[in-house]
Design a protein around this ligand. Structure first.
Ligand SMILES: Nc1ncnc2c1ncn2[C@@H]1O[C@H](COP(=O)(O)OP(=O)(O)OP(=O)(O)O)[C@@H](O)[C@H]1O
Length: 291
């Protein structure tokens, strides 16, 4: 069957034993290790179609590692993990993935539309044997969906950071994935673009019924779009709705030290008093606050 022909929502429509839709992602007692060191353990999480989940926590706690575990490129050290009803790594193009941001050189001539097309034929080394009409229409459709029609024919190196990110999201979406895994897609964007890309992801998630799991450094730009958060710290994790996790009580328990979560007049959350992060990549993350 042509994978582009119709949205595939088999897992999403499958019923769980309670009659609710079966989760597309399920972690039970999951743990991850790198180099013999446990990064996190005891992670329990279920994500259903159309849910938007953020993975939060300080630098180096293993947020990207969680995405790698879901992709199956890194084995879990413990626990049960199911992705679209299968072991991680088995779901193929039913998962869309946007890795941590790489900037494009300003002199790069490849056009935005070609970057999106790589989502279709990148596995054939980008060589289009012959694109079907359905493939061409899908590329146009997904570019329109992310609002990139105005600049998709420009060289990607000449697009702004926000425009590049929209085109990369289109690339991740072009095969109609049921799950979208995004590693810090708002990194390096200014505040208006963070809000715009967050709103775009919220719309894709809720309207297209794609389950979105997104690593974020700051919860605020996505706060209003989120169904759940996974907050990783000090080797543990708390999962639940944002208001139940990003609060003084839960984060103090997680960090094992008093931590205060303040809400500003405009609704932003600010975490005060958390211990030093285990690792700070100041080259990428600069001096930004952490929530
Ligand atoms: N292959 C590896 N071998 C050894 N250590 C690794 C490996 N990959 C990652 N690490 C370490 O594991 C830890 C978690 O890395 P990871 O990238 O998952 O953290 P993160 O929470 O996403 O960090 P950041 O917010 O800085 O992007 C870091 O200390 C990192 O140096």
């Amino acid at each position: 069957m042509n994978p582009l022909a119709a949205p595939r929502r088999a897992a999403a429509s499958a019923q769980g034993s309670s009659g609710a839709p079966a989760p597309v992602l399920c972690l039970c007692g999951a743990a991850a290790q790198v180099g013999g060191r446990t990064l996190w353990s005891g992670v329990d999480l279920e994500v259903r179609a159309g849910e938007f989940v953020a993975v939060l926590g300080p630098n180096g706690v293993g947020k990207s590692t969680l995405i790698k575990v879901l992709l199956g490129v890194q084995p879990a050290a413990a626990g049960e993990i199911s992705v679209l009803g299968q072991r991680p790594g088995q779901a193929g193009d039913r998962i869309g993935y946007l890795p941590q941001r790489r900037s494009f050189d300003a002199s790069l001539r490849i056009r935005g539309i070609d970057v999106v097309r790589l989502g279709l034929d990148g596995h054939r080394w980008g060589i289009p044997l012959r694109r079907s009409r359905a493939e061409r229409e899908r590329v146009d459709e997904v570019i329109d969906l992310v609002g990139a029609s105005g600049y998709a024919h420009r060289p990607i190196g000449q697009c702004s950071g926000g425009e590049q990110q929209r085109l990369l999201i289109a690339q991740a979406l072009v095969r109609r994935p049921e799950i979208l895994l995004l590693d810090e897609p708002l990194d390096s964007l200014d505040l208006p673009n963070q809000s715009a890309v967050a709103a775009l992801l919220g719309r894709i998630c809720h309207e297209q019924q794609v389950a979105v799991v997104m690593v974020a450094h700051d919860v605020n730009p996505i706060l209003h779009h989120l169904d759940r958060v996974v907050y990783i710290a000090e080797g543990g994790a708390a999962c639940g709705p944002p208001s139940e996790v990003v609060n003084s009580e839960t984060l103090s328990r997680l960090y094992r030290t008093p931590v205060e979560v303040l809400r500003t007049a405009d609704g932003r959350l600010v975490v005060v008093g958390q211990p030093e992060a285990p690792a700070v990549h100041s080259d990428r993350h600069g001096e930004r606050g952490l929530t």
